[in-house]
Design a protein around this ligand. Structure first.
Ligand code: NAD
Length: 361
């Protein structure tokens, strides 16, 4: 199979971690008989330095012509970098918003996995971390409170602010379909999170999710109120497989789920549209404090590449091989500095990439 991938190395540690992800992808392609075609584009600070804008229309067109986008990370030190003296629409992060909009990426997926070997990094009680967890938060990304009408007015001398939370059934249906499709590739359970005891938008959310569920009799559906979900994430995270939720709830819950893993350098993510197309990137930022030192953890980006193989290309066996390589390398005691613990072997970013590629076979 020919895989046409646009790469965005980006800023900070971005180029280092994307280089290692490509190394692992190339080895996977070699083993399974595929051809990787990479085209790099500039985004964020790297694009500002060359073109004066964080993302050009030509770069967007290149991304649109690809099957998927694999990204490192963008942005610099927000207090010292000259990029942050520019107008907001010219700053690095504006490139990210622009590409998400141009590619209609409405579904954001963030897995939160606790590996046995990294259980010590989990801030939860030992009896909870021992059980481990492997969940995926599916967050609606282009609707809801963050995109509704807003205004601040003064009425009778009193300041008042209004934000509106709107969803229509089509927006809910398309993310629910994604959630159930992905649950089918996992442990076949969807927990739909809402606030249906209070919000009309949540009552519609629940009704549409129920309708979609009828087409997936093999997937178990449960509903959970968002406040309860926030508690359950720290009380019993092992109960979750796919958490399906709207934009703001997903924003908060996905950060909570990430933090209970305790390892920011391990967390992958994907943003999908209604075709097979996706943008895959680590959940962390560009880590300018460690950029250029070859010490960043490339695993989040490598796992994002595995998600790309699974969700855009339906190459489950290849994705499994990458995920197994990550588990194997951790089991053998190799660690980058961010996940280092006593008795383990410290390796650099490129050494970690080499080890992962070797374990693909
Ligand atoms: P960050 O995630 O870059 O870094 C937070 C801390 O985690 C730092 O100490 C960093 O060294 C460490 N860290 C992060 N990733 C690591 C890795 N792979 N290996 C080892 N250590 C790692 O968050 P920040 O410092 O708040 O943001 C830095 C820049 O990244 C900012 O410009 C921010 O806007 C940008 N950012 C970009 C994205 C994106 O591109 N999607 C996401 C978040 C932040």
């Amino acid at each position: 199979m020919k895989l046409n991938i646009t790469c965005i190395p980006g800023d900070g540690i971005g180029p280092e971690i994307v280089r290692e992800a490509k190394k692992v992808l190339d080895r996977t392609a070699l083993k399974f008989g595929h051809e990787m075609i990479y085209t790099d584009i500039l985004m964020g600070g790297a694009s500002i330095d060359v073109h004066g804008v964080p993302l050009t229309d030509e770069a967007i067109q290149t991304a649109k012509n690809a099957d998927a986008v694999l990204m490192g990370s963008i942005g610099g030190d927000t207090t010292t970098s000259p990029w942050y003296k520019l107008a907001p629409e010219l700053r690095p992060e504006a490139g990210l918003l622009k590409i998400r909009k141009a590619l209609n990426l409405f579904a954001n997926l963030r897995p939160a996995v606790l590996y046995d070997e990294l259980a010590a990094a989990c801030p939860l009680k030992e009896e909870i971390s021992k059980a481990g967890f492997d969940m995926l938060i599916m967050r609606e990304l282009t609707g809801g409170l963050y995109f509704g009408e807003r205004k601040t007015v003064t009425e009778n001398g009193i300041r008042k602010a209004v934000d509106t939370l709107t969803y229509n059934e089509e927006e809910i249906r398309r993310i629910a379909v994604k959630g159930f499709d992905i649950a089918r590739k996992r442990r076949k359970k969807v927990t739909s999170v809402d606030k249906a005891n209070v919000l009309d938008s949540s009552r519609l959310w629940r009704a549409v999710v129920e309708e979609v569920a009828k087409n997936y009799p093999d997937v178990t559906l449960e509903h959970m109120l968002v406040d309860n979900c926030a508690m359950q994430l720290v009380k019993d995270p092992a109960q979750f497989d796919v958490i399906l939720t709207e934009n703001m709830f997903g924003d908060i819950l996905s950060d909570e789920a990430s933090m209970v893993t305790g390892s920011i350098g391990m967390l992958s993510s994907a943003s999908l549209n209604d075709t097979k197309f996706g943008l895959y990137e680590p959940s962390h930022g560009s880590a300018p404090d460690i950029a250029g030192k070859n010490i960043a953890n490339p695993i989040a980006t490598v796992l994002s590449a595995a998600m790309m193989l699974r969700f855009t290309f339906d190459l489950d066996e290849e994705a499994d091989a990458i995920e197994s390589a990550v588990k194997q390398v951790l089991k053998e005691g190799f660690r980058t500095v961010d996940i280092m613990s006593e008795g383990c072997k410290k390796v650099s970013c490129s050494e970690m990439g080499d080890l992962l590629a070797q374990r693909i076979g």
